[in-house]
Design a binder for this molecule. Structure first.
Ligand SMILES: Cc1cc2nc3c(=O)[nH]c(=O)nc-3n(C[C@H](O)[C@H](O)[C@H](O)COP(=O)(O)O)c2cc1C
Length: 177
């Protein structure tokens, strides 16, 4: 049976990334899979900043990753890279913590100029964590995500199509219910 964990790496509460997260969740729920979510912002800051591998929240988050065969990583682009908040959590994964997993990276940025952030910044870190199967992923512009208020968002149709096609890039054998 497939197990999916979504790691969301925005530091802000009302991030547009929440709109992407909602659509990713809807996609998996639509095929009968209920993903686990790790919202890095909600992990204890002290554990993240002081690299407390023995924090119970970090152990629990790492267990979700360990139990999953599919990991979706969501991040905004900050300073031409993924966020520092995301890195504080990735640093607490065990060595080879992503070995044997299929990874789908999804980034939201202000400019297509940083489209290659996924390849140049995020993928090397995922590879260092043992990932060998990293899908192409999706890059969505922040201007394609409309804020509706109350932490609700709407992706424009082009962004939605790109997101769905990246979610469909999982091999069907990985998506058994
Ligand atoms: C501190 C900071 C740095 C950013 N750096 C970049 C960047 O280098 N390249 C880019 O395309 N967008 C950059 N952005 C824009 C964000 O990626 C984009 O607005 C974000 O994904 C969506 O914003 P939200 O999470 O506040 O909704 C930056 C935003 C912030 C707050």
């Amino acid at each position: 049976m497939s197990k999916v964990t979504i790691i969301s790496g925005s530091p802000s509460e009302e991030t547009r990334l929440n709109g992407v997260l909602r659509d990713v969740l809807n996609h998996f729920e639509g095929i009968g899979i209920a993903p686990e979510i790790i919202n890095v912002r909600e992990l204890p800051p002290e554990a993240l900043i002081q690299a407390k591998f023995d924090s119970k929240e970090i152990i629990e988050a790492n267990r979700k990753v360990e139990d999953s065969n599919i990991i979706v990583i969501l991040t905004p682009v900050y300073k031409a890279s993924y966020t520092g908040v995301l890195k504080t959590y990735l640093d607490l994964l065990p060595q080879n913590g992503l070995e044997g997993k299929t990874i789908l990276p999804i980034a939201v940025g202000g400019t297509f100029g940083h489209l290659l952030m996924i390849d140049y910044a995020l993928k090397p870190v995922l590879t260092a964590l043992g990932a060998t199967h990293i899908l192409k992923g999706a890059f969505i512009l922040d201007s394609q995500i409309k804020k509706l208020g109350n932490n609700r968002f709407e992706l424009d149709s082009e962004a939605k199509n790109r997101l769905v096609s990246s979610l469909k890039s999982f091999h069907p054998s990985l998506l058994t219910v």
